[in-house]
Design a protein around this ligand. Sequence first.
Ligand code: NDP
Ligand code: 13P
Length: 342
Amino acid sequence: MTASDKPKVAVLGAGSWGTALAALIARHGHPTVLWGRDPAMVAAIDGGHENTRYLPGIALPGGLRATTSLPEALADAGLVLVVVPSHAFAETLRALAPLRPAHAGVAWATKGFEPGSGRFLHEVAAEVLGEGVPLAVVTGPSFAKEVAEGLPTALTVHSDDAEFCRQVADALHGPAFRAYTGNDMRGAELGGAMKNVLAVATGVADGMALGLNARAGLITRGLNEMLRLNIALGGRPETLMGLAGLGDLVLTCTGDLSRNRRLGLALGRGSSIKDAVREIGQVVESIQTADEVMRLAGIHGIELPIAENVRDVLHGDITPAEGLARLMARERKAEYPQSLFG
Ligand SMILES: NC(=O)C1=CN([C@@H]2O[C@H](COP(=O)(O)OP(=O)(O)OC[C@H]3O[C@@H](n4cnc5c(N)ncnc54)[C@H](OP(=O)(O)O)[C@@H]3O)[C@@H](O)[C@H]2O)C=CC1
Ligand SMILES: O=C(CO)COP(=O)(O)O
């Protein structure tokens, strides 16, 4: 495929991840337009080739365009990639729905659930866009800064539509970026959402200086919580043993670029949530996701002690020390009371 054959990609959301993905796709030769709502930021990206707020100091490709006009971003697009925070997902889909070119499928790299309802984002997308629109989720271990800097990254695209899945993966795949494919949207979305909650737990433990054993224990039992909820929801276990689950869990629980881990670190060192969130100054998805994970766990009757403690710490109902005491006081039990893999 020559550069001129490559479909135009509209990336909606000019934060760190939307900008990094738009830069990646533009570097792969796709005509790429990034939509953002902040005129000053859009001007800095379009004219100065830098997202001065979210990715300062990183040069963006000259061919990447940016606009505040949704109709302009979506005109003639062959593929739409939504990268707004989960709280803005439904409203962004509603805004794009009447402007979407008929042949353009919609993918998203947002991680989380619809706040308030706990619905999966693919359920929201199917309802807002209607039947027959190809949908895909892009997820996996990927800090925006590293992708923007061109460092090697692997992630995964899941869709029920194999052809659209390949189209999205093709746009992302390149010399420094491996895009795998799969068809378990539910499991992929659950992994991407839930790892943010578990990153807070390991951040809290590290902030309290509980040691490396505690960190490894939390990651492993956290993975177990993800697997159990995923099975109850009808997702496939292997999805969570891959990039969408274990991969992203390890990255976010151990990498200090993670905003969710940094929130936990600050709480573990005694900061208030308000101060920690202000200091981070970017989206911290776990704050809403913890509520939605526990809502799903309640509906399906699944016990998730780590996620539950994170939720209670984030609500200010217990201190990190009380959360630790609660986890350590749990009764001794079999590691796997029943097999997770059938
Ligand atoms: N950053 C990363 O490394 C990764 C992030 N993700 C996921 O990507 C999603 C986006 O996060 P990320 O880019 O990191 O967040 P950032 O905090 O970097 O940026 C948030 C962006 O969302 C915009 N925004 C906020 N509310 C709205 C709204 N109502 N309508 C339109 N735009 C809005 C902000 O605009 P403004 O500046 O005008 O407020 C800003 O451009 C999240 O779900 C996150 O979990 C996934 C993988 C990696
Ligand atoms: O999703 C991410 C990495 O895959 C980014 O994590 P944070 O939102 O915690 O920064």
